[in-house]
Write a protein that binds this ligand. Structure first.
Ligand SMILES: *Cc1c(COP(=O)(O)O)cnc(C)c1O
Length: 289
């Protein structure tokens, strides 16, 4: 299919940047860690769900760069289940301290009341938003593309909170088109991306979220396993698997002009596979290999 249309697809392996601070999370943390050091903070506090790549990355970064880390985790029911959860178990081993809160409190996590409560409990801290997106994170993601990437016509990436794609948009050439593949069903993403993106050379492909955030089906699992077998490249089920699935579908449907050169950013997230497999196993679905 690729050969017939003269299309090339390259994968930029950001997942290989660091063994534990995965892909785009490494980029997003870099300038935030510098800022936290400059401001003399010794504690990082952040938010996330049970299998969050961001939680794992912050825990590992804290250990490596000498910060105490606190993870505010969505779901009180998880408090007794840390050892069963590969992501939380890893984060705890890196030294992260957890506070498990209800889904309702989690929704209000950015309110002044909750911030005050957390400060009373943990003292002063450098706050990283859920998913890690802020202006410094976008600045870090602007460094994903280098001079060698200028020859591609399309830059593709998965989208969660939109920080990564905003960085790519800012550093892409005007003649390049940036395509985002949302991992969730969310109309708010376009506005979130516009907050940080300085150009208009981008679009979202909304048809590949497989029903929503962290939702997977047998077809996606088979696709991920197949792709790894054929190319040697492992994909995660929440972000990169859905993006690559989407790119190949668009190629098949003739979306890209003949001769297009496509670059897909592998943003990492592989730490989430064991956690997803515990969920798949409970449902009796095939596992990611
Ligand atoms: C967090 C994450 C994303 C989403 O990045 P945003 O900047 O939030 O859009 C994409 N891929 C992987 C593997 C991630 O862990």
């Amino acid at each position: 299919m690729l050969r017939e249309q003269g299309i090339t697809l390259h994968v930029k392996r950001e997942d290989l940047l660091h063994p534990h601070i995965s892909g785009n999370k490494y980029r997003k943390l870099r300038y935030n860690l510098e800022e936290a050091k400059d401001k003399r903070h010794n504690t990082l506090l952040t938010f996330g769900g049970a299998y969050s790549n961001h939680i794992a990355a912050v825990a590992a970064a804290g250990k490596e760069y000498g910060f105490r880390t606190i993870g505010i985790i969505r779901g009180e029911e998880l408090s007794g289940k840390v050892t069963e959860n590969p992501t939380l178990r890893f984060a705890e081993k890196q030294g992260m301290q957890f506070r498990f809160i209800s889904r309702q409190d989690f929704r209000g996590k950015n309110s002044p009341e909750i911030t005050a409560r957390l400060q009373a409990e943990f003292g002063s801290f450098f706050l990283l938003p859920e998913g890690g997106t802020n202006a410094l994170a976008v600045k870090g993601c602007e460094e994903i593309l280098g001079p060698d990437d200028a020859a591609f016509d399309y830059i593709c990436c998965p989208v969660g909170t939109g920080g990564t794609i905003a960085g790519l948009i800012n550093s892409a050439k005007d003649c390049q088109q940036v395509l985002g593949f949302p991992a969730l069903n969310g109309d708010f993403l376009t506005n979130d991306i516009r907050k940080f993106a300085k150009k208009d050379n981008w679009a979202l492909q909304n048809g590949f979220h497989f029903g929503g955030y962290a939702k997977v089906n047998t077809e996606l699992v088979h696709f991920i396993n197949d792709f790894k077998q054929k190319t040697g490249i492992p994909l995660d089920p929440v972000y990169t698997g859905k993006m690559i699935y989407g790119i190949l579908k668009l190629i098949k449907d003739g979306y890209f002009k003949n001769g297009s050169k496509i670059l897909a950013i592998h943003t990492g997230g592989l730490q989430g596979i064991p956690g997803m497999n515990t969920v798949l196993k409970k449902k009796g679905l095939p596992l990611i290999r």
